[in-house]
Design a protein around this ligand. Structure first.
Ligand code: NDP
Length: 287
């Protein structure tokens, strides 16, 4: 339990809405573990007040901020600098104070990478299929490219968005890494043994019985599934894997590690992976 006093440092979340955020719970546990006196406050920020919110947080000496939908790209013009990787993605979710404002980082990307390592999922050079082409898929796609993937597919309901994301990454890295495919054409994926990263919103609570692909033949082509959704804890996508005796993971560790990476930047204190089971338990208890 946090005791707020005159020494308490403030962190916060800028988003619209922020009512369902789990981040305060994550940061409270991290602060408890590392012995920091800080409070993490959800700050519902209307898009028209975003610049004022950034200025206000700077004036009030916030230790750091997270940024969520719909501000992850819109906030960039109001920052004093941006980390090069976040700049490539074109989205930030973590702000760290510096002399003349805030520097933006993307710990969704690095947090997903750390979560996959924690879960023992390695990213193959070939044979990855990313389902979705929205904001979360974008961070995942750049993570794959940063990890030296040489061939991967982005499949999406709207081909145009998949093509745009593929073009963006291929241009950024100067090589043809990603190929776009329409979601309904999943049967065109050559061969098998794919890592499938699920980054659409299909299957999100309360639509627990939905998956973007409802055909077990697709899952036969895959060896491991990684769903970015964490509510429900086991999605229909994950269940397809379980039914075939294959491993799959939800997005809970991604959520936790994006928080840990932000927390480490704000406090300068490394957070041990030992805290992760406690955070998972607290989040599952809350659900
Ligand atoms: P976006 O709205 O940016 O993207 C949504 C994606 O889902 C698009 O690719 C969209 O396809 C696809 N989609 C939506 N509805 C359907 C449908 N009925 N059939 C097929 N495809 C569909 O959302 P985000 O990228 O921000 O979030 C996606 C998911 O990732 C969410 O469920 C969220 O919970 C999760 N997430 C998890 C995080 C974590 O820390 N674990 C962090 C951020 C997000 P189209 O382009 O055709 O519209």
């Amino acid at each position: 339990m946090i005791t707020i006093d005159g020494q308490t440092k403030i962190c916060g979340l800028l988003g619209y809405p922020v009512k369902h955020t789990l981040s305060p719970m994550i940061h409270e546990i991290l602060a408890h573990h590392t012995g920091e006196n800080l409070a993490y406050i959800p700050c519902e920020t209307d898009p028209s007040h975003l610049a004022d919110a950034v200025k206000g947080a700077q004036a009030m000496h916030f230790l750091g901020l997270n940024v969520t939908v719909p501000h992850k790209s819109a906030i960039i013009p109001f920052l004093s600098s941006i980390d090069p990787l976040a700049g490539k993605v074109g989205a930030v979710n973590t702000l760290v104070p510096e002399e003349d404002g805030f520097r933006g980082y993307n710990t969704d990307l690095t947090g997903l990478g750390r979560a996959m390592r924690y879960d023992g999922v390695s990213i193959p050079k070939e044979k990855t299929v990313l389902i979705g082409a929205g904001g979360a898929a974008r961070a995942a796609a750049f993570l794959l490219a940063e990890n030296g993937v040489t061939e991967a597919y982005i499949i999406n309901r709207t081909l145009e968005s998949a093509t745009k994301l593929c073009d963006n990454i291929n241009t950024t890295y100067g090589r043809t890494v990603f190929k776009p495919l329409l979601l309904s054409q999943y049967d065109r994926l050559p061969g098998d043994g794919y890592l499938a990263v699920q980054a659409t919103s299909v299957g999100l609570f309360p639509d627990n019985e939905k998956a973007p692909i409802m055909d077990e033949a697709f899952y036969q082509k895959c060896s491991v599934g990684y769903d970015l959704i964490y509510r429900p804890f086991e999605t229909r996508f994950m269940r397809f894997f379980r039914e075939q005796g294959k491993p799959s993971f939800n997005g809970l560790r991604m959520l936790i590690f994006q928080g840990i990476e932000a927390y480490e930047k704000w406090t300068g204190k490394p957070v041990s992976d030992d805290v992760v089971p406690e955070v998972i338990e607290a989040l599952e208890r809350h659900a």
